[in-house]
Ligand binder design. Structure first.
Ligand code: ADP
Length: 729
């Protein structure tokens, strides 16, 4: 509306008091700077004003007083408007808005919006942008301001709407002003009545327009403020144009005169001011630079603060970590004692557990030994009785019942022996008894004992010993035979109407000579998925086969363990329905001197003469079996029920050999033997026992028990003959 002259000062006046109130500083220093900056602006001493506002800004930013900074920017903006640097001015106002928002200071934000609105509307003639900022200001004003200030905001809006020719909106706001305006508020009256008059002029209601213009001018004398001169001048011009429109030329010219007079006054004042401001542009540049410097410093400071905050954060995190770590260490230390105590407890428990396990192993071995004894003793009776029956009643040989009895008793014996063997071998509770053996001869014996099974399955059993295999080798004959017998008997069991071949050859690898044993058959073969399982305990390929072949599933696990104890290796290859091949690589140990071997040969298979034998046995059935066996082979015998009886008998009589049971009541076999030796009796004492042979053998070697050798029940006569022949010439 008031297009002709700059209204900055008027606007400033409107808000200068408000700004002061809005800041409300308690800080005297800041307040002082603020007042000086504002006064400088009021007096249009822009250099001064800028100097103080710049100092205030520096102080505000240092102290992080954002509302103070916003107020500083507001004054700086106003000053730059005066210099005519509008771009920079908007920039400062906008920065001021940011700080006002940061400080959550609606009052200062309101001033800034209002000033931006003024700038766009009056200076840049951009009514729309002006309206935008006035509206923002009005919204804030309604929330925080007095009615008078709200009315001023509404006046601004009415002004813009008139300019935009939106008359209904303009009158709406003017009506709102009317509700608030005090009767004697001439200052507000100047704006209100002039705008209302203009509104009616546009509505062609010239009567109302004229009366309002007159009301406006009648108030002028009450408005003393110098800086409202420009406003008065504008209003004179409006009235001039009004009368001109009505073609009241005289009246129009009189108002133009008033206008020109005032314009001259203001013009000369402005010239003075320009002189006062002196070189304003240069100063403006300098201040621009200063303000930029302050901002740069502020940014640097903020960076520093940020960096130090970051550093603090890092330190805090580090400290936190150190604290947590310390707590952890402390706790760990506190726990350490508990832990070491717990550890000691666990160690103790472990020790107890280990002792228990060792005890359990010992008990297991003892249990097995006892059970085997308990089982083998009656079994000796069963097998022996069957043999006696067979020899006395030849016709019984063809009875299927008798054969079933014989088969079952033998199977039971194999099972017991296997179970005993496998646990004994696993506990490594086994010592090899190395001796020189004639390998071809021993293989011959094995062939003989295997012939029965070979025949029953109608198999051809071939032995092929390579020429480079030495005549004598040194090994533990019992274990060596056990390996071969197990493999060969398996092949013979699982082959029907086929061929089983045992090949012996020599091989060498890594400077070690091996005796290579191949057991080949043309039998049922082993499924591939079973090839690595058959060496485990109780594994049998087919349960149906088990029925048919009556195995225990322990043979191969015993073989594998024995081969390993000899430091050898065992391999298997097989194809279903084609046959199997088991290969043992057996480390070769050369035999001792040849003479010893010849001696060995001479000793074996000596036919026994008639002997006087003392049999010490408490079990009546076993007495019968042994008696029959000796009678059958033409020997003389005397029976003793226990060790003590035997002791009395040897003092009175001379015997060629004593067959001594071990477990007996009154006096056991070992005690009796020791006592006999103590009496100077040299007769060979052969232990006939169902219990564990190994322990007794060990004691014999250590000369602890007075025994000469041991034979495990049940035995066959040939076994007995073999043992006795070693000690009777
Ligand atoms: P078993 O007393 O059952 O023969 P082993 O441990 O000696 O026990 O053998 C385990 C299983 O391996 C046998 O039950 C059989 O299924 C298989 N087996 C062993 N040797 C042969 C073979 N020569 N031919 C076919 N199968 C065999």
């Amino acid at each position: 509306m008031f297009k002709k002259v700059t209204l900055t000062l008027w606007v400033l006046f409107t808000f200068q008091l408000l700004i002061g109130q809005g800041i409300g500083y308690k800080d005297k220093y800041a307040r002082g700077l603020y007042d000086k900056a504002l006064n400088g602006l009021n007096d249009l001493k822009c250099r001064e004003s800028l100097m103080y506002s710049e100092q205030l800004l520096e102080y505000a930013l240092k102290k992080n007083k954002y509302d103070m900074a916003a107020a500083s920017y507001n004054i700086i903006g106003l000053n730059f408007e005066e210099f005519g640097d509008l771009k920079k001015s908007i920039q400062y106002y906008t920065t001021g808005v940011s700080y006002a928002k940061l400080a959550k200071n609606d009052t200062i934000e309101n001033y800034l919006y209002n000033n931006i609105g003024n700038l766009y509307y009056f200076k840049l003639k951009d009514s729309k942008k002006g309206l935008y900022y006035y509206q923002k200001s009005y919204e804030l004003s309604k929330r925080i301001d007095t009615n008078r200030n709200i009315a001023f905001a509404e006046i601004n809006l009415a002004d813009v709407y008139l300019d935009l020719k939106e008359y209904s909106k303009a009158i709406h706001y003017l009506n709102l002003v009317a509700q608030k305006k005090a009767e004697n508020d001439y200052e507000m009256g100047m704006s209100y009545y002039s705008l209302l008059a203009f509104y009616y002029q546009k509505q062609k209601d010239y009567v109302k327009a004229e009366s309002n213009f007159l009301k406006c001018i009648s108030g002028f004398p009450y408005v003393k403020m110098e800086y409202l001169k420009a406003h008065k001048m504008d209003i004179y011009f409006m009235v001039y144009e009004f009368y001109k429109e009505l073609n009241k030329t005289e009246k129009a010219l009189s108002y133009l005169e008033l206008h020109d007079k005032l314009q001259d006054e203001i013009f000369s004042e402005e010239r003075n001011l320009e002189i006062q401001m002196g070189g304003g542009d240069i100063d403006a540049l300098a201040y621009k630079y200063k303000v930029q410097q302050i901002e740069t410093e502020k940014k640097a400071q903020e960076h520093k603060i940020l960096a130090s905050k970051r550093f603090n954060k890092v330190v805090l995190v580090f400290l936190g970590f150190v604290i947590v770590f310390s707590i952890f260490i402390f706790k760990a230390f506190v726990n350490y004692k508990n832990l070491s105590k717990k550890l000691a407890d666990y160690n103790f428990q472990l020790q107890v557990a280990r002792e228990k396990s060792e005890e359990a192993t010992r008990l297991k071995a003892q249990f097995l030994s006892n059970v085997s004894h308990e089982l083998r003793t009656p079994l000796y009776g069963v097998i022996g009785m069957a043999e006696i029956l067979e020899s006395e009643h030849k016709e019984i040989k063809d009875s299927p019942y008798f054969n079933a009895l014989k088969f079952s008793s033998h199977y039971l014996l194999t099972l017991i022996n296997d179970v005993l063997n496998v646990y004994k071998i696993e506990d490594s509770d086994i010592e090899f008894n190395y001796e020189n053996i004639n390998i071809r001869e021993e293989i011959g014996h094995i062939k003989q004992s295997m012939n029965v099974i070979a025949k029953s399955n109608k198999n051809e059993f071939i032995i092929d010993i390579a020429e480079n295999v030495p005549v004598f080798i040194k090994t533990d004959l019992t274990r060596f035979s056990q390996i071969l017998i197990n493999l060969v008997s398996n092949s013979l069991k699982f082959t029907k109407r086929g061929k089983v071949t045992l090949i012996l050859s020599m091989e060498e690898s890594n400077n070690q000579r091996y005796l290579k044993l191949d057991v080949l058959d043309t039998g049922i073969g082993i499924p591939e998925e079973y090839l690595d399982k058959i060496f485990e305990k109780f594994v049998q390929v087919d349960v149906n086969l088990q029925e048919q072949y009556k195995g225990t599933g322990l043979g191969l696990s015993i073989v594998k363990r024995l081969v390993e104890l000899f430091n050898g290796r065992i391999e298997v290859e097989s194809k279903i329905n084609e046959g199997s091949k088991f290969t043992v690589h057996f480390p070769y140990i050369p035999a001792d001197k040849i003479e010893d071997c010849n001696q060995l040969k001479m000793h074996s298979h000596q036919k026994l003469k008639t002997l006087n034998i003392l049999v010490v046995e408490d079990n009546k059935i076993n007495q019968m079996v042994t008696k029959k066996l000796l009678e059958k082979n033409g020997h003389n015998y005397v029976m003793a029920e226990n060790g003590l009886e035997a002791l009395l008998l040897v003092e009175e009589n001379k015997f060629d050999v004593i067959l001594m049971d071990i477990n007996m009541p009154v006096m056991n076999g070992i005690e009796a033997s020791i006592k006999m030796r103590n009496l100077g009796i040299k007769t060979p004492i052969i232990a006939l026992t169902a219990s564990d042979k190994e322990n007794i053998l060990k004691e014999i070697l250590e000369k602890k028990n007075g025994l000469t050798d041991v034979l495990v029940k049940p035995f066959e006569y040939s076994d007995l003959e073999n043992v006795i022949s070693r000690y009777i010439s």
